[in-house]
Design a protein around this ligand. Structure first.
Ligand code: ATP
Length: 379
């Protein structure tokens, strides 16, 4: 750990996994009746990189603003570090917020921007110098202190905003779409930077984003929201592999879905009837009108039935090639499987002999996947 990091990691910033934020039955109804957040009830652990993810209007910013103290919950309570925040003003909370729009002062130098909050707090000049210099090193802007914001790139301005928030040594950093103003390439680089920074300082980060790949690549855990409701909270891998409902399955990554009637078959198994597939049995206890879902990369392709590996444990269907999209390391191929239904298969190009499979529209193949890879989802 660098010297700068040691200075910024105040002794109070512990990295054990106790909750630092407790959101207890929190709802927010705006005047006019819009329920922006509906009974959110979860905790965020100390030292965690946590993402609030969902489509526009799902309530994630409102939830973040309630943590910051810019909005008041209509119901429920927010605790930070064990303290109820009901009567605590935004500037008295152990949190700091980084806004989408950088919000740096254009007439001040980088150093003055970063040191502004400390100056307002009346810290001595020597301490401000040291802490500002440490914070700039941390965001890799050492040597840029005398510049003005208009002499910096968008990514560098965003780093100034980060340094300005970090220099105050908050217990929690709240970031509202912090990378949305950057172009795609810079955004990817800054995602890695943010993760490095967070792991270095050990401060809890809560990031709002509508970009699922951003959340997946950065966060330890993600809360997926829609219509004000937290639909699932899990690690990126769990969300992808084991989504709890259709919304999460569809929002995280790409997935094929077919309507399915699911009936008990005894012994912890169910029969899945998802036309045009033949009915098949798999382990499970959910039943009723559900959705059978399969990730595109779980689908295998064979050109003869004899090539199907372990056919007894596979769901098998014949498919005719529709559109093919080549992406270098993989291809996306849509197969017509009958009954007006299509399946998207994501076929890796590196691990197979491309000559053998050219996938021209109209060709027929056998598609198959492991029964246990089929997800049975509720709405
Ligand atoms: P985005 O990604 O577009 O910022 P979001 O998920 O952050 O969306 P919120 O900004 O939290 O969503 O808004 C949630 C809902 O609450 C929306 O329907 C929005 O129109 C509404 N809303 C937000 N702020 C207010 C307000 N001050 N008064 C009334 N309604 C509001």
């Amino acid at each position: 750990m660098s010297e700068a990091a040691t200075t910024l990691s105040s002794p109070e910033v512990r990295t054990d996994r106790q909750p630092i934020i407790e959101i207890n039955g929190v709802s927010k109804v705006f005047p006019g009746g819009v329920k922006a957040v509906d009974h959110a009830d979860f905790t965020i652990k100390r030292g965690e990189f946590f993402a609030l993810l969902g489509p526009s209007g799902c309530g994630k910013t409102t939830l973040l603003r309630m943590l910051a103290g810019f909005e008041t919950p209509s119901h429920g309570e927010v605790l930070i570090d064990g303290q109820n925040m009901a009567d605590v003003a935004p500037n008295k909370r152990p949190v700091n917020m980084v806004f989408q729009s950088y919000a740096v002062f254009p007439h001040m130098t980088v150093e003055q921007n970063v040191g502004y909050g400390l100056k307002m707090d009346g810290r001595p000049a020597g301490e401000i110098r040291t802490r500002v210099s440490d914070a700039l090193d941390l965001v890799k802007l050492g040597g840029y202190g005398k510049r003005k914001p208009d002499e910096l790139s968008g990514g560098q301005r965003q780093r100034v905003a980060l340094a300005r928030a970090l220099v105050k040594q908050p217990s929690v950093l709240l970031l509202d779409e912090p990378l949305s103003a950057l172009d795609a390439k810079l955004r990817e680089a800054m995602q890695l930077e943010l993760v490095r920074l967070q792991k270095t300082v050990g401060i809890t980060f809560v990031v709002v984003t509508h970009d699922q790949s951003e959340a997946l690549s950065m966060a330890d855990r993600i809360a997926v929201m829609s219509d004000g409701v937290v639909r699932q909270i899990a690690s990126p891998q769990q969300l992808y592999e084991n989504p709890h409902n259709k919304f999460v399955a569809d929002f995280i990554g790409t997935i094929n879905m077919l309507d399915a009637k699911v009936t008990p078959a005894g012994d912890g198994r169910v029969t899945v009837d998802a036309a045009p597939l033949d009915a098949f049995q798999t382990a499970g206890d959910a039943q009723g009108d559900l959705t059978m879902a399969i990730r595109p990369e779980k689908i295998f392709v064979a050109d003869r039935p004899e090539e199907i590996r372990d056919p007894d444990s596979a769901v098998i269907v014949k498919g005719k090639v529709g559109e093919v999209a080549y992406y270098g390391s993989y291809s996306n191929i849509f197969f017509e499987i009958g009954g007006g239904k299509r399946l998207l298969a994501d076929i890796g190009n590196v691990s197979r002999d491309i000559e053998e499979f050219t996938f021209s529209p109209g060709e027929e193949y056998w598609l198959y996947w492991r029964k246990e890879d089929a997800l049975l989802l509720r709405d």
